[in-house]
Design a protein around this ligand. Structure first.
Ligand SMILES: N[C@@H](CCC(=O)N[C@@H](CS)C(=O)NCC(=O)O)C(=O)O
Length: 266
């Protein structure tokens, strides 16, 4: 993907989407998938993982990604705010159902996937810790290195380490979320629907399709993520492995095939 620099992007009109350049961050990929599904054009803007991104902070006040900058409106950096912007810019096809009860379900499931101490957050908390399992030394020796200095790693730790739980609590939290998703998919399948809520695609189907990369990343041919990132994402540890129901990845594959686009372009 071709990214614009902040200096070029800040004076452009329309929607500018700040994305972590050259890696498929789950929150950024979700925003891209939602805008793609709704056919909303945007200008991609580069954020650099773990770096201070001073020019971005000077423009938006936000160091990380994603960050949707629409015209001269305030930055939208949370998944919910970005989803609501997309619903406003292209009301159809809707990704939220019309009735309150179904919306509550879709947004609740989405929060379990995307919010603080949801699936993505808790999975990140355990990456690189013994709770994700013991890495194969030969694989570790073959890895390229992320372009990070110790201060970059400290910056990321400071940004994401504080939450309801830590690495030791993360596997059980993640497994509980997987069991909830799988149980819903089985119930929906028995009722004749391939989607998590109701009869049509909603936002939580997209979030799960994208965030399932932290359960099992899509193959390299369609997701050429850096090898060090792939290892962090595919090491899930025994507690999550025990909750890995095949229906979860079947759902991902169906959502990508029917509604999104591959290969990922980042
Ligand atoms: N603000 C987003 C979450 C954003 C987020 O966690 N971004 C991470 C993705 S791993 C990121 O930008 N990491 C790179 C960095 O911190 O430089 C939300 O709450 O919906």
């Amino acid at each position: 993907m071709k990214y614009h620099d902040v200096s070029e992007a800040r004076s452009l009109p329309g929607l500018r989407l700040v994305l972590t350049a050259h890696v498929p961050g789950p929150w950024g990929e979700s925003a891209k998938a939602i805008f793609h599904y709704k056919d909303i054009p945007y200008t991609p803007v580069a954020q650099y993982a773990a770096k201070s991104n001073d020019d971005l902070v000077a423009w938006t006040g936000i160091r990380n990604a994603p960050n949707a900058m629409y015209e001269d409106e305030p930055p939208r950096t949370g998944w919910y705010e970005i989803l609501m912007l997309a619903e406003r810019l292209a009301p159809t096809p809707a990704l939220l159902p019309p009735t309150s009860e179904d919306r509550a379900l879709v947004l609740g499931i989405s929060a379990e996937i995307c919010s603080e101490w949801g699936w993505g957050w808790a999975r990140r908390a355990m990456m690189g810790t013994p709770y994700a399992g013991t890495p194969d030394p030969a694989r570790v020796a073959s890895l390229s290195k992320p372009p990070w200095q110790p201060e970059d790693i400290a910056r990321m730790r400071a940004g994401y380490s504080q939450s309801v739980g830590g690495p030791a609590d993360a596997p059980a939290r993640c497994a509980d979320i997987l069991r909830m998703l799988a149980a819903r998919l089985h119930r929906q399948k028995a009722a004749g629907s391939p989607y998590l809520v109701g009869e049509t695609l909603t936002a939580c189907d997209i979030y799960w399709a994208v965030f399932s990369m932290a359960l099992e990343p899509l193959p390299h041919a369609v997701n050429p993520m850096p090898d060090w990132m792939r290892m962090s994402y595919d090491m899930i540890g025994p507690v999550i492995a025990a909750a890995k129901d095949p229906i979860l990845l079947a759902h991902r594959d169906r959502v990508y095939a029917r509604h999104l686009s591959l290969p990922l372009d980042f």
